[in-house]
Design a binder for this molecule. Structure first.
Ligand code: ADP
Ligand code: MG
Length: 358
């Protein structure tokens, strides 16, 4: 009694209600739902290819739009899926002016003109979630990407590019066997198989011809790297620019020639094993390399840097992927093994970070 008399009115009231609060809210009061963030997000898709397995060159990230919609709708007020079939659709999106466009599309071809999505949105002050044309260009041409990261002080296998007839004799090859032959652009290990490792001139000529015939591409010929293979997921903090690197190791069984190559069939059948990098010295080296490479290539928001060890266990940059897949592949596993993140947390982090760019 004495205590209550000495308390100001507000405190008395607070004291009086405290026990009720502790026992939980009265039944008739509905439990408040977590407040949704007042932002609008459009998940931008393009029509699926007519042939199901066909490769869409202009799509960098294959998304499962309904899963992304479900995740984002729980946290953001307005989330919709938009299919872009023509320039009009894109112009209407600009008028709606969403806070973020969540998309894995790199570019569109409208009336024979190429329109790069992220750069286009940028012109209207609409945020997108991944890298610009400039960075995607740098990444897509592997020899250019290698030059850029090498200038930034990173090791990458010696290389030259070629096409049938350009290096007509063994003496004209600028680097020694064993070599690794792959298309200079591309992905998903298209054109890469056991014959990519070449030990003699006949093997070199045959693989270069095959890549020309099947992939219609020039070749990147590199010193063969015989060590382990890694991929390093990278997040860039939109506000501070700080990078977080998340390495994983990708393990492939030996092929008929005793080489471990992440080739087209292995990727297609998901027969590789992905494990955490537990050696702390290796983990650190991979993180350092990936951060420098991501910066040198002007990556934005998130990406993956692929690395292989040479015979002396020195990490070498192989390629960058500034629009990494966002299903349950390498990028997700990099997040999960290193940051203990769930799939939902990963998608939310990407959206939240995308919304934070100025
Ligand atoms: N210089 C190399 N030495 C040994 N193996 C290589 C070399 N370059 C690539 N590979 C192997 O070939 C795979 C595909 O090459 P990569 O350049 O990553 O092409 P993609 O863009 O198709 O993924 C790599 O994951 C790796 O297993
Ligand atoms: Mg690769």
């Amino acid at each position: 009694m004495e205590n209550i008399q000495t308390l100001p009115t507000a405190d008395i009231l607070q004291n009086a209600v405290t026990p009720i609060v502790l026992q939980g809210l009265p039944l008739e009061t509905p439990t408040p739902l977590p407040k949704k963030i007042n932002k609008s997000i459009e998940i931008l898709m393009v029509p699926k290819p007519s042939v199901r397995a066909e490769h869409q060159k202009n799509v960098g990230i294959i998304l499962d739009a309904t899963i992304i919609l479900k995740i984002l709708s729980k946290h953001y007020k307005s989330v919709v899926i938009t299919e872009i079939k023509a320039l009009d659709d894109l112009e209407r999106l600009v008028i709606r002016n969403p806070d973020l466009v969540f998309s894995g599309v790199k570019y569109f071809e409208f009336d024979g003109k190429t329109l790069w999505l992220n750069d286009f949105l940028d012109r209207f002050g609409i945020r997108s979630m991944a890298s610009s044309k400039q960075a995607l260009d740098r990444e897509a041409n592997k020899s250019r990407a290698k030059d850029i990261v090498q200038k930034a002080g990173i090791a990458t296998a010696h290389y030259f590019t070629t096409c049938p007839g350009e290096h007509p004799t063994e003496a004209s090859l600028p680097i020694d066997f064993p070599l690794f032959v792959k298309p200079v652009t591309g992905g998903d290990s298209r054109g890469v198989d056991a014959n990519s490792v070449v030990n003699d001139f006949a093997g070199f000529v045959a693989k270069v011809a095959e890549i020309q015939n099947t992939q219609r591409s020039r070749c990147l010929v590199e010193t063969y790297l015989s060590g382990r293979e890694y991929s390093v997921g990278v997040f860039e903090d939109a506000l501070t620019g700080a990078l977080t690197a998340m390495p994983i190791e990708i393990i492939v069984t030996e092929n008929r020639n005793g080489n471990r190559i992440l080739d087209f069939d292995i990727k297609k059948n998901d027969s590789e094993t992905v494990v955490a990098v537990t050696d702390s010295a290796v983990h650190q080296k991979l993180c350092d390399l990936a951060k420098v490479a991501f910066k040198a290539l002007s990556g934005k928001s998130f990406g993956r840097i692929d690395v292989m060890m040479n015979g002396a266990q020195l990490p070498h940059f192989v390629e960058a992927n500034l629009m990494p897949g966002l299903r349950k592949g390498y990028f997700y596993r990099a997040c999960s093994f290193n940051l203990n993140m769930s799939y939902e947390q990963m998608i939310l982090k990407i959206a939240d970070n995308g919304l934070s760019y100025r």
